[in-house]
Write a protein that binds this ligand. Structure first.
Ligand code: ATP
Ligand code: MG
Length: 329
C-alpha cells in the first residue's frame, strides 16, 4: 500500500503539483490518502477533489484515507464526501450562509427536466439558479449581486453548451475582511481544447493556445453565422472574455484549468502552469470595494467589439445579447 500526502494548503500551485504527482503514480492495488487540510479555499477544494476523484477512476484501486480534520471548514463545505469519504457534510447539504456556498453539484439531467417542467429554455433555468446563488454570496450588495449572477450564468451555461458533462460543480465564498469574493465552477467534460478545436477556422494546436484564445472576444467553437445573430442566447464567444475581464477590472484574477494547462490572468498578465485535469475548472476572484460602475458589462463588451474590429476577420463573432448583458433588466 502506498501513502499519498494531500497538501495541507490547497493553493493553485499545490493542486497542480498534486495533479501531476497523481498522474505519474504507478498502478497499485491500494492507496492511502493522508489528509490534514488547513483552512483552504473553495476553488482548491473543488479542484483537488476532482483531481482525486479522477485518480480513483483511472486506477480502480482500493483507496483508504487517514483524515485529521484540523479545521471544520472542509467538513462544512462537503469536501470529504465529495471525494467519497464518509465525513462531514454531503455536497449540497452544507449550510448555505450569507458568506459561503458549500460544495454542490447540479445534475444536468435534472436541470433539463426542470426546464421542461417550467416550459423554459435551459439557459433560463440556469439564469434562475445563478440568481439564487449570487443572492447568497453578495450579502445585499446590489451591483455585486448582478456581476456574480452574470458570471455564474455564463460559466454554468458553458458547461451545458460545450462540455458534454453530467454535472456542474460549484462552491464560493465572500470574505468581507479580505474584501474578496471567490467563485469556483468545475466540470469533468471534454475541456476547452477539444471543444474549441471543432472550429476549423481557428488553428488551435494545444491546450495553452486553446486557453489563451478562449478568453478572447468573438472566439467560439461556433463560426459566425447570419442566422444566429438575432438569437439572444447564440454562442458568440463572449462569455469567457466578459467574465475574465470583469475579474481583471475589479482588482481580482481569473484562473482556468483544462487538460494539461492552467491559465492565470491578472491585469495584463497571462501565466501558464502545467497540470493534469480532465474537464474545465474555473476560479473567479474580485474585490467588491472596486465595484462602482453599474455599466461595466457594456463597457467591457464595447472593448471587445473594438478588439474584433481591429482584427476584423470572418472568424470572430459579434456579441450576443446574453453573454454581454444581465438579461433581467
Ligand atoms: N466548460 C467548457 N467545456 C468545454 N469547452 C468550453 C467550456 N467553456 C468554454 N468552452 C469553449 O470555449 C469557447 C469560448 O467560450 P465563451 O463562453 O467565451 O463563448 P461561447 O460560449 O462560445 O459564446 P457565448 O458565451 O457568447 O454564448 C466555447 O465556444 C467552447 O469552445
Ligand atoms: Mg459561453
Amino acid at each position: 500500500m502506498e501513502n499519498i500526502q494531500i497538501p495541507h494548503n490547497l493553493s493553485i500551485s499545490n493542486c497542480n503539483m498534486l495533479a501531476l504527482n497523481l498522474y505519474g503514480l504507478p498502478l497499485e492495488e491500494e492507496y492511502n490518502l493522508l489528509l490534514n487540510l488547513g483552512n483552504t479555499e473553495p476553488f482548491g477544494m473543488l479542484y483537488a477533489g476532482a483531481i482525486i476523484r479522477q485518480f480513483f477512476y483511472r486506477n480502480k484501486a482500493k483507496i483508504t484515507a487517514d483524515i485529521h480534520p484540523s479545521t471544520s471548514y472542509p467538513l462544512n463545505m462537503g469536501f470529504y464526501k465529495s471525494i467519497g469519504f464518509n465525513l462531514g457534510k454531503k455536497p449540497g447539504e452544507g449550510n448555505i450562509s450569507d458568506n459561503h456556498l458549500p460544495i454542490e453539484y447540479l445534475n444536468i439531467k435534472d436541470l433539463d427536466q426542470k426546464a421542461k417542467d417550467n416550459k423554459e429554455l435551459i439557459q433560463e433555468t440556469i439564469n434562475s439558479k445563478a440568481k439564487d446563488l449570487s443572492i447568497v454570496l453578495s450579502r445585499g450588495e446590489e451591483l455585486l449581486n448582478k456581476y456574480l449572477q452574470f458570471s455564474l450564468r455564463e460559466i454554468m451555461r458553458n458547461v451545458i453548451e460545450h462540455a458534454i458533462a453530467d454535472k456542474i460543480w460549484l462552491a464560493g465564498q465572500y470574505w468581507q475582511t479580505r474584501d474578496l469574493v471567490e467563485i469556483a465552477i468545475l466540470d469533468e467534460g471534454m475541456g476547452i481544447y477539444e471543444s474549441l478545436s471543432r472550429n476549423k477556422k481557428l488553428n488551435i494546436s494545444n491546450n495553452e493556445v486553446a486557453l489563451h484564445y478562449s478568453l478572447q472576444p468573438g472566439i467560439s467553437r461556433m463560426v459566425p453565422n447570419k442566422r444566429n445573430q438575432y438569437d439572444a442566447w447564440a454562442n458568440s464567444g463572449y462569455g469567457l472574455f466578459m467574465t475574465s475581464s470583469l475579474c481583471k477590472n475589479l482588482g481580482g484574477d481569473f484562473v482556468m484549468s483544462s487538460g494539461n494547462k492552467m491559465i492565470f490572468v491578472k491585469d495584463d498578465k497571462e501565466i501558464f502552469y502545467e497540470t493534469n485535469f480532465t474537464g474545465t475548472a474555473i476560479r473567479l476572484r474580485l474585490k467588491p470595494s472596486q465595484i462602482q460602475d453599474s455599466d461595466l458589462l457594456t463597457k467591457i463588451s464595447k472593448e471587445g467589439r473594438k478588439i474584433i474590429q481591429k482584427k476584423g476577420s470572418g472568424v470572430l463573432n459579434k456579441p450576443s445579447k446574453s453573454s454581454t448583458s444581465f438579461m433581467d433588466d
